[in-house]
Design a protein around this ligand. Structure first.
Ligand code: S3P
Length: 167
């Protein structure tokens, strides 16, 4: 496929980008793509392995390339990794796209992700790390977003409805 994504989803890890993205794609009758999956497929390594072996900066560079390629190739729903907005070049790629920011507050984040060891950025003291992460990233999500959809206390189906309504 080639063209412009119908919608790009951003937001913190665990907010439900894949679940909501899949449901949105189904409802819209389009494909779903996730840049984390693209990177894992291309590298033949898990995201955690890439972080440990190559470091975060190298991962962000791979992520920027993955976002660039997906924006060129995909015309469905596209979900980005939670930290993709940290890179100014990646943020610039999102200019002119329809971008939905799925937001959640810190307590919701702690509740949803718990002690998920598969997420390298939350290895110790999840609540403190979530607070810092949200403070640093919230303005960046807001910068790229054309729509913000709060997910706190909502089911994936309710979030999907709200996101579709907002498009
Ligand atoms: C990250 C979020 C992850 C993944 C990587 C880094 C982050 O994606 O890209 O572990 O920095 O928040 P999800 O948001 O899909 O979990």
């Amino acid at each position: 496929m080639s063209g412009v994504p119908v919608v790009v989803l951003v937001g913190p890890m665990g907010v439900g980008k894949s679940t909501v993205g899949g449901l949105m794609a189904e409802r819209l009758g389009v494909g779903y793509r996730d840049t984390d999956d693209d990177i894992v497929a291309e590298q033949g390594r898990t995201i955690s392995e890439i972080f440990v072996d190559d470091g975060e900066a190298a991962f962000r560079a791979m992520e920027k390339q993955a976002v660039r390629r997906a924006l060129e190739e995909h015309d469905g729903v596209l979900a980005l990794g939670g930290g993709a907005v940290l890179d100014a070049g990646t943020r610039a790629l999102l200019a002119g796209q329809r971008v939905v920011y799925l937001s959640m507050d810190v307590e919701e984040a702690v509740k949803r992700t718990g002690l998920n060891a598969a997420r390298p950025l939350l290895a110790v003291n999840p609540r403190k790390q979530w607070r810092e992460l949200m403070e640093a990233r919230r303005p960046l999500y807001e910068e790229v977003a054309t729509v913000v959809v709060a997910t706190d206390g909502r089911t994936p189906e309710e979030v999907t409805e709200a996101a579709l309504d907002a498009l």
